[in-house]
Design a protein around this ligand. Structure first.
Ligand SMILES: *Cc1c(COP(=O)(O)O)cnc(C)c1O
Length: 229
């Protein structure tokens, strides 16, 4: 089923992208979120065409990384503990969940040790959900400026996890706000950044996230089915 599901998600992405404003990106990267799914399921998805893998825990990613035996790009989408950073920089092409200067500093130091330019996104907590990580809007600009000084980090854009609401039309204005913010950040002056990505949208809301300008979506359940915890 994984192959069929992947094709369906890709078709939905294509359809949603047709509804976008002309100033928005044409392409959308699909991150196949494989947390709590097996290495075999990951291989099946990759062999069916998945190019990007999303994991939310470093420990789980390390175990799978050792076994996967596939050429694929890894995105860290979950909160990163500072004591896991040295492992994370070895695996992940993108760390999407940077939300403090303290964390950014440690990633920079560990990336320097292995001579890597680490791609990151900054996670925004737009509506101040206390259950979620991410930086509050009023603290975003100073964080971005601090990050710009770190030579082993490359800031690529913003990441957002929407509240899990049944009424998606309540979520849509948040995606619109994130797209506006993304455009504002693109206008800021950086020496070290290339603001290209807006990562938002999961199984239940990726279609409207794309309509509102997401160019990375992180989809697990629609590809792999429900997770067993
Ligand atoms: C688990 C997870 C996803 C994927 O969620 P689904 O609802 O299974 O598509 C996306 N983003 C983040 C940050 C996640 O933790």
């Amino acid at each position: 089923m994984i192959k069929e599901n992947l094709l369906t998600v890709k078709k939905n992405i294509y359809e949603a992208a047709k509804k976008r404003q002309p100033d928005m990106d044409e392409s959308v990267k699909l991150i196949a979120v494989t947390k709590n799914h097996s290495v075999e399921e990951m291989q099946e998805a990759i062999d069916a065409g998945a190019q990007y893998i999303g994991e939310n825990r470093v420990q789980e990613a390390m175990e799978k990384y050792a076994l996967l035996n596939r050429n694929v790009k890894w995105h860290l989408i979950g909160h990163l503990q500072t004591n896991k950073v040295k492992h994370a920089v070895k695996i992940f092409n993108f760390i999407e969940s940077v939300d403090s200067i303290k964390l950014a500093d440690i990633i920079d130091k560990e990336a320097a040790k292995i001579n890597k330019l680490q791609n990151i996104l900054v996670q925004v907590n737009l509506v101040k959900e206390t259950s979620k990580t991410g930086i509050y809007l009023e603290d975003l600009q100073p964080l971005l400026q601090d990050i710009d000084r770190l030579k082993h980090l490359k800031l690529g854009g913003l990441m957002f996890i929407a509240p899990n609401l049944d009424d998606l039309e309540k979520v849509r204005p948040m995606f619109k706000r994130m797209y506006k913010l993304f455009k504002e950040v693109q206008q800021m002056h950086f020496s070290n950044a290339d603001i290209k990505y807006l990562s938002m949208g999961m199984t239940h809301d990726y279609k409207i996230a794309i309509e509102e300008g997401a160019n990375i979506v992180r989809v697990g359940t629609a590809i792999f089915g429900p997770r067993q915890y």
